[in-house]
Design a protein around this ligand. Sequence first.
Ligand SMILES: C[S@@+](CC[C@H](N)C(=O)[O-])C[C@H]1O[C@@H](n2cnc3c(N)ncnc32)[C@H](O)[C@@H]1O
Length: 335
Amino acid sequence: MLDHTPDIAAEQNPPSQEALRVGELLKQVADPKRGGLAQENLVRTLREHSRASDRLGESVAVPGTLYSKTAENCLQDWNRTVTFLSAISSAVQTLAQRKSEGPLYAVDAGCGPFALLSLALALENDRIQVLAIEGNPASVERATTLVNNLGLSDRIHIILEDCTTCELPCAPDLLVTETFDNGLLKEQGVQILDNLAPQVGPRAAILPCEVSVECSLSSMSLPEAHMALGDIYRGCWNGDESKAVNEPLIAAGLLRGLYHLQLESSYHFPCGGALTSKIGSAISLKETMAVFRVLEDGASITVSHPPGEPYVYLESSPRGAVEVVHFIHCKTPRV
Ligand SMILES: C[S@@+](CC[C@H](N)C(=O)[O-])C[C@H]1O[C@@H](n2cnc3c(N)ncnc32)[C@H](O)[C@@H]1O
């Protein structure tokens, strides 16, 4: 069990002027007119205030954690950022109505160097107490510096821990995590939700509550020959802990030529039985792919993703009918 217990009794200071400005920028980033400028200002402000000493080096000792520079860049995936911010805003408003007094406990699993989602939570409602967990010491130090500089240390409590194994000090009303780098194959968003989702309070909101990875195949010589093979992974964390891992996908009767296998991950926010039926929309990342050559007409390939593995596996039938050209997070054949 983590030894950090949120300080429920402590008087909360009103947010500093700079924190309020960050709150305004977070609201403006999706604005069609002012969004571009707000995005630039937000990046600059968070960078300035999160400058930490070089005392602590980068570490990716916890599997799946990112270097703080890499995690910092996630902010500028604006499709992702805007969707998470909007889901957080709706979820906090719903929770605040349902629990009309006392603290609202939130956990930001994998907060990164800007503790972006923690800031959005803490600035959405004065009653929020956030436990922000991060596995990279350099990101923990930067996020702590930032939160202190913004005067939000009585609302956001940052700790160094592995979210796949840690035990929470109390059951949160809201759990948010954005740890889905490279279509679930790098960061361990699935394992993180497997560990933390069962620890949330009754009727808590979990964002996202579902993640899926869709697999598709296209011929590079016949670009119009595009096959959606289906979901290679689908996991839900919607309170009943239901979870389904799909069977291997098979593409049969392939003609000779170069092929491109693409994995596209989406996360959804229909979230927790008690919340609004749809908060935010699905968003996707197109980052993981493989290029391979089919050497014989009529070959088939099987694509599978054993849960928790950092690779998708490709097998061909007949064996040896596929030649690897370029693989990212894919392996063949499976042993
Ligand atoms: C994709 S970044 C997102 C950062 C931030 N939440 C945001 O939305 O901008 C995910 C962060 O989670 C951290 N992380 C990944 N796996 C983790 C784990 N098992 N335990 C703790 N932190 C983890 C990474 O180091 C990284 O800083």
